[in-house]
Each structure stands twice: as structure tokens, then as C-alpha cells.
Design a protein around this ligand. Structure first.
Ligand code: B12
Length: 432
């Protein structure tokens, strides 16, 4: 056969094999249960507990919370406008108890879009300006030769670009250039591992930019970066079907579902991921409101890119509060959990006895009550984030890693992880 004919035949066969990432409907009761988990969190409207991601997730889902949802948005607006608009910059907001980070502001802008609102007013424009300043600062921190790092992370950098982009606000080429460079050179990778979440968030930002890019010179690099991210995420699929871990799979799917090109094996990979997600949901892995908020859009075939032109009239099922199952009476079982900290001198090791079903946070509290152990946390959208152990605060680009002995990093935070009987948990100070 002539080489040209053979090539055409091959590309025809590959074309036929090319697939899109489509996630078939999941059982509606399962989805509803996930939505119900969010309801109690929507009653928490103090500045510290407000979570714009919950609102975004719900609006992009097949579910609605009626007036609760409206009140939640109202609380978000009061809080963010008081805290951010009242100040000259993100770093200067003296009239606020807690300082919303740029990442929170970006999520707030997504929440406004989820309600079909465009930033247009003077107040709104100040929010946009603040986000742009944040990106400029981060760009400076990365440096001319890309030798530095953003002060926050490439995840928040990407999220901020995405938020500006869905509001069709211009992002400076040099800001986009830093993210392109990071993707091209794997600069965002904490501890040398591929962070699927960060790749996916950057990918979503690039797909949005590809639609609105003002400088056509950047287009080929953006298209290439999207392709690179797609390949990396597909490569990160585990034998069970997760892209990275079960918790990075929702954002990975958001990206793959909107990825502009089809690909060989893409559809199959997504179906496998869906099957794994379904098993994890059934097994109760999704309890954390932030995680649920990233997952719900996927189960409704939506992604953050739908916020470019959101459909605010789409019918959504009204959520009813969960009816508690009368749980069978258990005789409380006491388990033992050992807590280990080797990153301090002298090293610490203590076994605590605690009720089965307690969280790691309960274990830390118990150890603190016994004496000889102290810890500190900081609130975040994912829950309490461990920031100090035995008086040792994290330094720049350090964190207290949670591991199950001997060396398995936990996939959940201290409030969500429930240790098993006989387990040893290590808290390890590491750089990222
Ligand atoms: C960046 C990042 C990190 C950075 C944070 C430092 C920094 N300056 O940004 C580092 C590498 C240190 C990190 C650490 C951990 N992370 Co992390 N992290 C993320 C990531 C990619 C983005 C977070 C973010 O910026 N959000 C946007 C901003 C606007 O929200 P925010 O609330 O202000 O962000 C803060 C919190 O998210 C906090 N944070 C980061 N990770 C975690 C994890 C938990 C459980 C908590 C409570 C807080 C927290 O740091 C952010 C910056 O201050 C998310 C991915 C995702 N899908 O959300 C994972 C993610 C939140 N992390 C996760 C995990 C499991 C962890 C660890 C528990 C891992 C471990 N075994 O030790 C630790 C936290 C341990 C502790 N000390 O409490 C999971 C949580 C899953 C879940 N079930 O809730 C996620 C979803 C990743 C994943 N796909 O598995 N993380």
C-alpha cells in the first residue's frame, strides 16, 4: 500500500476510535444525598465559615436549596463586599475579622457568575482590580526567570485567572505566560508529585482563555498546554479509575469533559473514573462540603466553564433535609490510636484510647488533654488545616503532612479522617 494511503487509513481508524469524555447519569438518590450534606453548611454564615465553592457547586448541580440558597448568596455578598471593597487592597482590610484570600475572592466571583451576574458596578470593578493586583504580586514572586514560586500556589493562581476569564475580564499576557511556563516546566508540582487538581484548574483556565484570548500569539502555546495537561491527567489514572486520587478526580473530570479535542481512549478513561467515583460515593468517601461542591457539577454534566454562559433557568430538584436513619444501637467501642511526631526533638509518641468513629482531630484533642502535646489549626474551605504541632509552626512552603504509618499520606484532613483501631498516625513537617 502507498505510504499516503496507509497514513490516511490509519488516521481514519484513529478518528473512529477518538472519544469524548461523557459521564452518564448517576442514580438521582445518590446525588440527592450528596446535596443534602451541603444543607447544614449553608446555615453557617459567619465570616469564617462562608464557602463560595458550596454555592457554585450547588448552582451547577441538578439540585437547589430554594431560599436557603438565596440567603447564602446574600451573606456572601455582605461579607465579601464589606471585607474587600471596604479596603484598598487585599492586604489592607482592617474592618474585617478574617482576611479573605485572593482564592476566596476568585471563588466569590465564580459564585456571582453562577447567579448569572456580571461584574459591572464600581464596587464589582474594585474586586476585579484586587484580583488583578494579586496576580501581579504573584507574578513578581515567581520572578523574571521563573526561579521563584507564587506566594499562594499555582492552584490559586489558575483559579484567579479562571474567575477573571469567566467574567470576560482581560488577564495580562505576562500573567498567563507565567502559568504557561509552569505547565511547560512542571513548576507547580509539590514534592515532585503531579498535582492533578492544579493541572486541572490550570487546564480549565486555559480552555477559558482560549475562547477569549486577546493576543493571538499566545494561542498555540495555550493549545499545546491544554494538550499537555490532558496527557498528564490521563497518565495519572490509577487501576481503580481515579485521576490521581478519588478527591482530584472531580476536577480532573471537569477539565476532561471540556477539553476541546477528543482523544483515543478518552471516553473509556472517563467511564472508568465514573465507576470508581460511584463506588467511592456509595462507600461514603464524599462528606466534605468542598469536595462535594467540586463533584456535584460533574454529576450534572457541568463544569466551571459553564459559568461563561450559565443557564440560570435550568430546572433543578428542590433538596429536602436528610431524614436521619434510626441507627442501630451500638455498644460504644474503644479503640487505640498511636500518634507519632518525629520532626521535633525529642520525638513524640503516645497511644490514646478513643471511641471508634472518632476523627483524627478528636485524637489530637485527646492527646492535648492528656498533656505533653499541643497543636494549632487554621480554618479553611476544606476544614481545619493543621498549622502547628508541639509549638512548631509551619514556615514558608512547609506543611504538616498527615500519614498513616509507615508512609501513606492520608487523603483527608484531620476533621474528616477516622483512624482505625491499632493505627499509628504520623505528623511530619515537610516542604512542598
Ligand atoms: C494547594 C493544596 C495544598 C498545599 C496547601 C499550601 C498552600 N499554600 O496552598 C499543601 C501541599 C501544603 C497541601 C497539604 C495538604 N493537602 Co492539599 N490541596 C491543595 C489544593 C491543590 C488547593 C487548595 C486551595 O488553594 N484551594 C483554594 C483556596 C481559595 O481555598 P482555601 O481553603 O483558602 O485553601 C487552603 C486550604 O485548602 C488549605 N489546604 C490545602 N490542602 C488542605 C487539605 C485539608 C484537608 C485541609 C483541611 C486544608 C487544606 O491550604 C490552602 C491554602 O491556604 C487542593 C485541591 C482541591 N481540589 O481543592 C488540595 C486538597 C484540599 N488537599 C488535600 C489533602 C488531603 C491535603 C493533606 C491532608 C495531605 C496530607 N496527607 O497531609 C495536607 C493538609 C494537612 C494539614 N496540615 O492539615 C485534599 C483534600 C481531600 C479531602 N478529602 O478533603 C485535596 C482536595 C487534594 C486532593 N485532591 O486529594 N495541600
Amino acid at each position: 500500500m502507498e505510504p499516503l494511503k496507509a497514513l490516511l487509513l490509519l488516521s481514519g481508524v484513529l478518528g473512529a476510535l477518538a472519544e469524548f469524555c461523557v459521564i452518564p447519569q448517576m442514580d438521582s438518590q445518590l446525588v440527592e444525598k450528596l446535596g443534602q450534606h451541603l444543607l447544614p453548611w449553608m446555615d453557617r454564615i459567619s465570616s469564617e465559615q462562608l464557602n463560595p465553592s458550596i454555592y457554585v457547586g450547588l448552582r451547577l448541580s441538578s439540585l437547589q436549596a430554594g431560599t436557603k440558597e438565596d440567603l447564602y448568596l446574600h451573606s456572601l455578598k455582605l461579607d465579601y463586599q464589606q471585607c474587600l471593597v471596604g479596603s484598598a487592597s487585599i492586604d489592607d482590610n482592617s474592618d474585617c475579622q478574617t482576611k479573605p484570600s485572593a482564592g476566596h475572592l476568585a471563588l466569590y466571583l465564580l459564585a456571582l457568575r453562577a447567579n448569572c451576574e456580571f461584574i459591572g458596578s464600581q464596587k464589582g470593578n474594585r474586586l476585579v482590580t484586587q484580583l488583578k493586583w494579586f496576580l501581579e504580586d504573584e507574578k513578581k514572586a515567581i520572578g523574571h526567570n521563573h526561579e521563584g514560586h507564587p506566594r499562594t500556589s499555582y492552584y490559586q493562581y489558575s483559579l484567579s485567572i479562571l474567575a477573571l476569564c469567566v467574567h470576560q475580564k482581560r488577564v495580562h499576557d505576562s500573567v498567563v505566560g507565567k502559568l504557561l511556563y509552569a505547565i511547560e516546566h512542571d513548576h507547580h508540582i509539590p514534592q515532585g508529585h503531579l498535582s492533578v487538581d492544579t493541572e486541572a484548574m490550570a487546564g480549565l483556565a486555559f480552555i477559558c482563555l482560549e475562547r477569549f484570548i486577546f493576543n493571538p500569539d499566545l494561542r498555540p502555546r495555550i493549545t499545546m498546554a491544554i494538550e499537555t495537561i490532558r496527557e498528564k491527567i490521563l497518565k495519572a489514572q490509577t487501576p481503580e479509575g481515579n485521576f490521581g486520587t478519588v478527591y482530584s478526580t472531580p476536577l480532573a473530570l471537569q477539565f476532561l469533559m471540556t477539553s476541546p479535542t477528543s482523544g483515543v481512549g478518552l471516553g473509556t478513561a472517563c467511564l472508568k473514573a465514573r465507576a470508581s467515583l460511584q463506588a467511592s460515593i456509595q462507600g461514603g468517601a464524599f462528606q466534605n462540603p468542598l469536595m462535594i461542591s467540586q463533584l456535584l457539577p460533574v454529576l450534572n454534566h457541568k463544569t466551571y466553564l459553564d459559568l461563561i454562559f450559565p443557564d440560570c433557568q435550568a430546572p433543578r430538584v428542590m433538596l429536602a433535609p436528610a431524614v436521619e436513619d434510626p441507627s442501630p444501637v451500638h455498644i460504644p467501642e474503644v479503640i487505640s490510636v498511636t500518634l507519632k511526631v518525629s520532626s521535633v526533638l525529642p520525638p513524640y509518641k503516645q497511644t490514646v484510647f478513643i471511641l471508634a468513629g472518632s476523627s483524627l482531630e478528636d485524637v489530637l484533642k485527646m492527646a492535648q488533654n492528656i498533656g505533653g502535646f499541643t497543636y494549632g489549626t487554621q480554618p479553611s474551605l476544606s476544614g481545619p488545616y493543621l498549622t502547628s504541632v508541639l509549638g512548631k509552626e509551619v514556615g514558608d512552603r512547609e506543611f504538616w503532612q498527615l500519614l498513616r504509618d509507615p508512609d501513606t499520606p492520608l487523603l483527608q484532613g484531620i476533621a474528616d479522617y477516622k483512624p482505625q483501631d491499632g493505627e499509628t498516625i504520623e505528623l511530619r513537617l515537610v516542604s512542598w
